[in-house]
Design a protein around this ligand. Structure first.
Ligand SMILES: Nc1ncnc2c1ncn2[C@@H]1O[C@H](COP(=O)(O)OP(=O)(O)O)[C@@H](O)[C@H]1O
Ligand SMILES: [Mg+2]
Length: 294
């Protein structure tokens, strides 16, 4: 593997970006290593994440939905040949699923690892999505992993102490907690937040990059049209900042819209890919914005 994108390089078993470098994992048998990702670097997010990874520090990614939080971790996992796993803590994930649980069969009780212990022992990277929505029991168990002793005690089981494999890395993502548009999320427990030494704010892609990403991923080759669509997205995001709409306009949504607009009229395509996903009040505001551009 020797892929080069933007200012990233992979040479002699080292992934390099800017001032940061991560050794490429030599294990070639890991089924959790993601395939190549279509990722266009924006700003110095990857460089800062890479620094944290090489310093063995957990990273908190903060940004609206669709800004590329998941993609950036998956991309780095691919580039460095590390396993990537993901869990969503949207309030439904229990400690049983996260850490593990005792099961019973005819021979007696046995322990089944949850995704956290699996990833810790396998030395994979674990991304915890929507960490701000996690249950207090889960927050509590993350404390001991994020504290200096960096371990989990399986007290429900046999009191075994689990320490992470040296390749294990922890990432967490959350939507900015100032806003309350995401059902079920509450401001992340300050004590938990404090335990992430590196927190990276991510914003939407710069205009030119977003046009490029949208064209490439949607297959829509009409640059002029896509540029107008990206302007619509910008106006909707601006309207959200000014509290005129509740829903944001993610890159993912832009891609869906552009894909359909390759065959349908842009307004017709917007009806099924944009307007149908928001509440009637937001739809009205977004329709006005669309009218300004089309
Ligand atoms: N830097 C980027 N390069 C390429 N595509 C991107 C980039 N950022 C966002 N995208 C597009 O936006 C989509 C959503 O990104 P994702 O990582 O799932 O967002 P988040 O986890 O922040 O909600 C991706 O699948 C991709 O299509
Ligand atoms: Mg995500």
């Amino acid at each position: 593997m020797s892929t080069v994108a933007g200012n990233e390089t992979v040479k002699n078993g080292i992934y390099k970006i800017g001032r940061s470098a991560i050794p490429v994992n030599e294990n070639d048998e890991n089924p959790f290593v993601p395939g190549p990702q279509f990722y266009l670097p924006a700003g110095d997010t990857l460089e800062r994440m890479s620094w944290a990874i090489s310093s063995n520090l957990p990273v908190l990614l903060v940004g609206e939905t669709g800004v590329g939080k998941t993609l950036s971790v998956r991309h780095l996992a691919h580039m460095t040949n590390n396993g990537f796993r993901r869990v969503n803590l949207n309030g439904m994930t229990t400690v049983d699923e996260f850490v593990g649980k005792l099961m019973i069969n005819e021979k007696g009780t046995y322990w089944v690892n949850g995704i956290l212990i699996e990833a810790m022992e396998a030395g994979d990277w674990l991304l915890i999505d929507e960490i701000n929505a996690c249950l207090p029991e889960i927050a509590f168990c993350l404390h001991s992993l994020l504290d200096d002793d960096r371990m989990i005690v399986l007290s429900e089981f046999d009191g075994r102490i689990v320490r992470p494999d040296p390749n294990f890395r922890l990432f967490a993502s959350m939507n900015p907690h100032e806003n309350r548009r995401y059902g079920g999320t509450k401001p992340l427990n300050e004590a938990l937040l404090d335990r992430f030494p590196v927190s990276i704010q991510m914003d939407y892609l710069p205009f030119d990059v977003e046009v490029e990403v949208t064209m490439q991923q949607s297959g829509n080759e009409d640059r002029d049209l896509v540029e107008r669509m990206v302007r619509v997205a910008h106006d909707v995001r601006e309207a959200m900042k000014n509290e005129k709409v509740f829903s944001t306009f993610s890159t993912r949504r832009l891609i869906d819209w552009a894909r359909m607009a390759a065959q349908f009229d842009p307004m017709e395509a917007a009806a099924s890919t944009v307007l149908s996903k928001v509440n009637p009040f937001d739809a009205k505001v977004i329709e006005d914005i669309l009218d300004n551009h089309f």
